[in-house]
Every structure is written in structure tokens, then in C-alpha cells.
Design a protein around this ligand. Structure first.
Ligand SMILES: [Zn+2]
Length: 295
């Protein structure tokens, strides 16, 4: 099948300024977005569910367990006159995979692909039971082209990006999104792994990112480069804020994140903690009872 030319995306770009909950948005030939109705501070307009294919359809990130969203996804089969045969998940956060189970009630033969949550993890979807757990770089043959699993631990350990190889599109789930940086929440979120996974996708060839939240990203390698630099700049700021006098997390967040609004400190503290754990593993800082100090 002929690759989707970038001009194809450009054609639809004018309508792609924002995802719009509940409406099937055509992004290119055989490539659609259906944004879930779960807008919030953390999810932006909502979780992006992507639908790809021609004679068969693949769903990427079915989204949160909302009946209305499941019905919207199922109705795409009538709209596009093709069955949903595959359901991929980028990871098992509650805004990304739980709707898979709602779809499976109507699509018992659809193959679910992704990495399940580890047992006893809070905030994870334990209903996601894939038929296929991909290995890194495994290629799944699909009617409309090959889909490659790119394992990208960091945001969480079981995160996978999906590469539509013939089309040069990388579906990034929560590994990268447009409009904001990704929160890394230890212990499942790991800053060293996250940066390594950014460097990994930086080496891949593709033309476009379809993120789990927000609009399409048309200069993907520029954004990846910016994100890696941003993480190292933040890390340098963490190091310069730490001395031999113990600093607790609450004190560090206001100096390391002095460029963000105060109401974001609660969220910023997660990523700050992830940076500190990375630096601790590198023997640059250590935690004492009173706070963090240089090692
Ligand atoms: Zn997530």
C-alpha cells in the first residue's frame, strides 16, 4: 500500500488544531482520531483513540471505560464499513486501556496487544489482558501495513509506542504529547529509562507523531530533541539547587520549578523525585532523613 504522503496530513491539518471529543476526525487516508470525553487538567481535551486501516481496523488506546466512548468506537465499523480486528494499548493507565474490555464484549475475536500491568499496582488497569505481549521491535502484520512495537519504558515500565512503518507515523501514547511535558511518577516511572527511551525513538525514522493527548506533531525529531535537552536542563537545575545542607522535596520544588505556576508543584514534585532518584543512582546526590544532599 502506498505510504501516506505528508501532503495528505497537511490537507487535513487545518481541521487538526485540536482533538474534539466524540467526533471521528479524519487525519489522513485510513487514519482517524476519536477523542474520548474525559477532558481534565491531566488529559487535556481527552485521551486520543486512533483508528487505522482499510479492510480491517486497528484501534490504538481504546481509552477510559466510558460506555459512550466504546459505542462511538464500535460505530466506526459501520461508518468505515470494516471490522475492528486489533486493539493496541500504549500502557495501562486508567485513561488509556480500560475501554478495551468494553469493546471486547462486542468484539470477542479482536486481538488485544500490549503489556499488562504488574499485579497490585494502584492507578493501573488490571482488566487489560492482552492476547499478545509484544517484544521490543516485534512487527505485527496488519492488513493495511506493518505495525512495530517500540518498547519505551519511562513514563511507566510497560509503555509501548507503535510505529506504522509504511506511513512514518509513531503513536506515542504518554511517552510524548503535544503542548506539555510528560509527568514521570516513581517508582513505576523512571527518569533514566524515560530519557533512554527518548533517545531510542530519536534514532527511528518517521515523519509524524500521533500522541495520546493533544494534536498531531509535525516536526517530531525537533520535539524529541527539545524534550531530551529540557530534561537535562531540569536535571542541571536540580543539581545546582542541592548543597551539603539537606533540602526536602517541598523546598526543592519551588527553586527547581520556579518557571511553572505554584498550583503545578504537586505534579512537578513527581518528576522532581524521578530526577533525584536518577541522580542518586549515579551517586551524585543522596537522601537523608532531613532531605536531599550532594553525595
Ligand atoms: Zn499514562
Amino acid at each position: 500500500m502506498r505510504p501516506v504522503a505528508l501532503t495528505n496530513f497537511a490537507m487535513h491539518n487545518s481541521s487538526d488544531l485540536e482533538p474534539e471529543a466524540g467526533s471521528l476526525q479524519k487525519l489522513a487516508d485510513n487514519f482517524y482520531r476519536l477523542c474520548a470525553p474525559n477532558p481534565s487538567f491531566m488529559t487535556g481535551m481527552g485521551t486520543n483513540t486512533y483508528i487505522y486501516g482499510d479492510s480491517e481496523l486497528a484501534v490504538f488506546d481504546a481509552g477510559p471505560a466510558i460506555d459512550k466512548h466504546a459505542k462511538s468506537i464500535l460505530s466506526v465499523q459501520e461508518t468505515l464499513d470494516a471490522p475492528i480486528t486489533h486493539i493496541f494499548a500504549s500502557h495501562t493507565h486508567m485513561d488509556h486501556s480500560p475501554c478495551t474490555q468494553l469493546l471486547k464484549k462486542s468484539l470477542p475475536k479482536a486481538i488485544c496487544i500490549g503489556i499488562p500491568a504488574e499485579p497490585n499496582q494502584p492507578f493501573e488497569d488490571h482488566t487489560f489482558r492482552p492476547e499478545l505481549e509484544p517484544k521490543d521491535l516485534q512487527i505485527i502484520d496488519f492488513a493495511s501495513g506493518q505495525i512495530q512495537a517500540i518498547c519505551t519504558p519511562g513514563h511507566v515500565a510497560n509503555h509501548v509506542c507503535w510505529l506504522l512503518k509504511e506511513h512514518g507515523v509513531l503513536l506515542t501514547g504518554d511517552h510524548l504529547m503535544s503542548g506539555s511535558t510528560v509527568v514521570i511518577i516513581p517508582p513505576k516511572g523512571d527518569m533514566s529509562a524515560y530519557i533512554a527511551s527518548l533517545e531510542k525513538i530519536q534514532r527511528l525514522r518517521f515523519e509524524l507523531i500521533a500522541p495520546g493527548h493533544g494534536s498531531l506533531i509535525f516536526a517530531p525529531h525537533k520535539l524529541i530533541d527539545w524534550t531530551i535537552k529540557h530534561r537535562f536542563a531540569r536535571e542541571a537545575k536540580v543539581l545546582s539547587a542541592i548543597s551539603n545542607k539537606p533540602s526536602p522535596l517541598d523546598a526543592l520544588v519551588s527553586s527547581v520549578y520556579d518557571d511553572v505556576e505554584r498550583h503545578l508543584y504537586k505534579i512537578a514534585k513527581y518528576s522532581l523525585h524521578a530526577h533525584l532518584l536518577k541522580l542518586e543512582r549515579e551517586n551524585k546526590v543522596r537522601e537523608t532523613e532531613l532531605g536531599w544532599v550532594l553525595d
